[in-house]
Design a protein around this ligand. Structure first.
Ligand SMILES: [Zn+2]
Length: 342
């Protein structure tokens, strides 16, 4: 072949290659820009769903914690019945998302005045709690905590809870600045949080209770969730006996928090089949005392069995079969109702 043809082939090949590389490059750039945008979209959905599910849990949890306060007499920390989200609950890269979701209506002058990255927002106030009686409302923005700015908000709140001081908050509601004052009350102040996971499950680690997102979505009534929460609280109360939990550490939107060994003595708590049965029974007592009827709780296990047929009649690991648990629940509920009528 003539060398000119070689050159021609070579040139056209390079041309083709560079041309397609350019196409790939712009194609890839476009995709990576869209990917970055999509990350924000998905994070926003995640954080919103975390907040929504946490609010749902909070409304069910508070009555249980309060009704059973006698069982947590050793907890010296008081509770206010509030659930809030703070900018520092999220990783650094998500702080802008927090501002968009929860701080977008705040006049910029407040950011200059208080020198903070973001303001804590009230997500939920439990009915008849100290925060409720003080007049706090969902979506209130917290400007000041005991006359100080909200930097390290959770640390400041913990200090107040530990020292049993009054909690005074200056809040922003629309354009109005309002001061509210409240006194903590005794409750079982365990934190019940959402764990983003696709498997319906729940965990207790001595201080916190985690209910997975899948379990929250699988449950169809508050009774079903009250049962799950009661079961895990029963582990904390009966088996861990660690009464150091506090409301300042209740994280509603922190999607990275998970069950962990919080104290050395927790390592000694291994659950087994008899502890699981005990937690089912005691958990029902806790939830029933708070006014949950628990009539339809077995529907949860029946629904779970559709996803995990092997659980219908077999004990797996430390858990009794779903059928056994349903039978145990029926028997316990019958007893609870008899006792209530006595
Ligand atoms: Zn358990």
């Amino acid at each position: 072949m003539h060398y000119k043809i070689y050159i021609f082939i070579f040139l056209s090949f390079t041309f083709l290659v560079s041309c397609s590389t350019n196409v790939n490059k712009s194609y890839n750039t476009e995709i990576s820009i869209a990917e970055e945008k999509e990350i924000i979209v998905q994070k926003k959905i995640l954080i919103n769903e975390m907040a929504k599910a946490s609010i749902k849990l909070h409304k069910i949890t508070w009555p249980i914690l309060l009704a059973n306060k006698q069982k947590c007499k050793d907890n010296r920390k008081k509770s206010y019945g509030s659930l809030f989200a703070d900018v520092n609950d999220l990783p650094e890269e998500d702080k802008k998302i927090f501002l968009t979701l929860f701080n977008s209506n705040i006049d910029p002058k407040y950011f200059y005045k208080y020198h903070v990255d973001g303001f804590p927002i009230i997500l939920s106030i439990a009915k008849d709690s100290p925060a409720y009686n003080a007049g706090l409302l969902k979506n209130d923005i917290i400007l000041e905590i005991n006359e100080k700015n909200t930097k390290n908000f959770r640390k400041k709140l913990l200090f107040i809870l530990e020292n049993k001081q009054n909690l005074t908050l200056k809040i922003l509601r629309g354009k109005e600045e309002i001061k509210v004052n409240m006194l903590g009350i005794q409750s079982c102040s365990y934190n019940v949080q959402v764990l983003p996971s696709g498997f319906p499950n729940a965990f207790a680690d001595g201080e916190k209770v985690f209910i997975t997102m899948a379990a929250i979505k699988l449950a169809q009534t508050n009774d079903e969730l009250a049962f799950l929460i009661g079961h895990e609280l029963a582990h904390n109360i009966l088996h861990y006996k660690n009464f150091d939990a506090n409301e300042a550490n209740l994280l509603a939107i922190d999607y990275l928090d998970k069950p962990k060994i919080r104290q050395i003595k927790s390592i000694l708590v291994w659950s087994n089949e008899s502890r699981e049965v005990e937690a089912d029974i005691e958990g029902m007592h806790l939830a029933f005392k708070a006014g949950f009827s628990l009539e339809n709780v077995n529907d949860y296990w029946r629904r779970l069995s559709v996803f995990n047929p092997e659980l219908i009649k077999n004990s797996i690991n430390i858990y009794k079969s779903n059928a056994y648990r349903a039978a145990l629940i029926n028997k316990t509920l019958k007893k609870l109702k008899e006792q209530a009528n006595e």
